[in-house]
Design a protein around this ligand. Structure first.
Ligand code: ADP
Ligand code: GN1
Ligand code: MG
Length: 361
């Protein structure tokens, strides 16, 4: 990501005191542009997160920010009595005219968060304890939002986790073959077509709609540097009505395999059962009290469906010529797709064991 020439202007638009020093691209997200900005506040260096929302992906940034504002305010109210409350929820910094986003001269939408210090995100999981902590935090996030007052949140991306529609999009992109790449992805396309039945598994289960995060990648939760506690859930752009299983599924996708999402050596990709067990335990330690019986039963299948779905999205974007996810090398989306499908296989192979554990807990 390049430095943004508009950034020095944008930094003056928010209610931040002191002198702006510098800003650097930050993090490894695939969608938005994130920067860590540093200000001098009377001799002390204070950091902030600046983000430019990708408005090609999020077509209505105003509605999106309305969601983020409502959700963070609700969480902040609930967490007020806890230790260190301002590290447990994202805090939006308002603009000078009291809004929560600033639109620059080029039409870009910017927002600013307080920088959560003494905690970090990890692109790959390192221990079962980390898996437990991440899942506990995401479960708690869902629990605290079960009583978010009406109205219903905006759908920031309609049908985001509608796996059958994702499947249909893949079929279309194979047919169109816009970038002339279908020939490079024969086995992956076959892999998808053989699993058509899997696409409807979660949607057909008639589970309740709740407020969910919908992008519970392992690197979307900050773990405390000292205690390892899952201290703050971040990346709230897709918080909207959804199924809890989308969230649990994405945790399984990103926190059970030791390798990065774009690892080229597929022998490293595997669903590690101890990670799964700790994810499940962590998630149930907070979400267990509000989940229905059916939601609990389907926890066993969520990982494979969501991993399949994200793999589908990567290959669809590869075939379309990489228009959605940021790519940093040739065939990047194809590499990402391959890791997902390898993980789906690993989940399929261990399904009986997974089912037994889910039944037991
Ligand atoms: P993206 O949608 O592009 O994934 P994120 O909102 O997840 O963007 O932010 C990218 C990275 O920036 C995160 O993985 C995290 O490391 C860091 N980050 C985001 N928000 C904060 C924050 N408030 N404090 C500290 N670090 C943050
Ligand atoms: C994107 O923004 P980021 O990098 O956290 C994507 C998710 C995918 C993920 C795959 C809005 O998440 O849905 O699961 O990449 N976000 C959006 O790594 O499409
Ligand atoms: Mg992120």
């Amino acid at each position: 990501m390049k430095m943004q020439p508009v950034l020095p202007i944008v930094t003056r638009e928010f209610q931040i005191c002191g002198d702006f020093l510098h800003a650097r691209p930050y993090g490894s997200g695939h969608i938005n542009d994130t920067f860590r900005a540093v200000y001098n506040q009377a001799g002390r260096q204070v950091r902030y997160i600046f983000q430019r929302i990708n408005h090609h992906v999020f077509k209505n940034p105003v509605a999106l920010m309305d969601n983020v504002q409502r959700v963070t305010a609700h969480l902040a109210g609930k967490l007020a009595g806890e230790s260190d409350p301002s590290r447990r929820v994202l805090s939006l910094v308002p603009t000078r005219d009291g809004k929560y986003f600033y639109q620059d001269a080029e039409g870009g939408y910017w927002r600013v968060y307080l920088f959560i210090e003494k905690a970090r995100t990890y692109d790959a999981v390192r221990s079962p304890e980390q898996a437990f902590q991440a899942a506990r935090a995401f479960g708690s996030f869902q629990k605290l939002l079960t009583d978010l007052p009406a109205p219903r949140l905006h759908d920031t991306i309609p049908d985001f986790h509608h796996t059958p529609k994702r499947f249909a999009a893949l079929e279309k992109s194979v047919e169109a073959d816009t970038a002339n790449r279908a020939k490079l992805a024969g086995p992956e396309i076959q892999f998808v077509l053989r699993r058509k039945a899997m696409a409807g598994l979660l949607l057909d289960a008639q589970l309740p709609e709740r407020v969910t995060h919908n992008d519970t990648k392992f690197n979307n939760v900050m773990l405390d540097d000292k205690s390892g506690e899952g201290v703050c859930v971040i990346d709230l752009d897709t918080v909207m009505p959804g199924l809890v299983l989308n969230d649990f599924g994405d945790m399984v996708r990103t926190a059970t395999s030791p390798a990065a999402e774009d690892e080229r050596d597929l022998s490293k990709i595997e669903m590690q059962f101890p990670m799964f067990e700790m994810l499940l335990r962590g998630y149930l330690s907070t979400a267990g009290e509000f989940l229905t019986k059916a939601e609990k039963q389907y926890l066993a299948f969520a990982g494979k469906v969501i991993t399949f779905e994200i793999g589908l999205r990567f290959i669809t974007d590869f075939l379309a010529g990489d228009t959605y996810f940021k790519v940093h090398r040739e065939n990047h989306n194809l590499d990402r797709c391959r890791t997902q499908f390898k993980l789906v296989e690993s989940l399929e192979q261990q399904e009986e064991r997974i089912l037994k554990l889910v039944e037991k807990l």
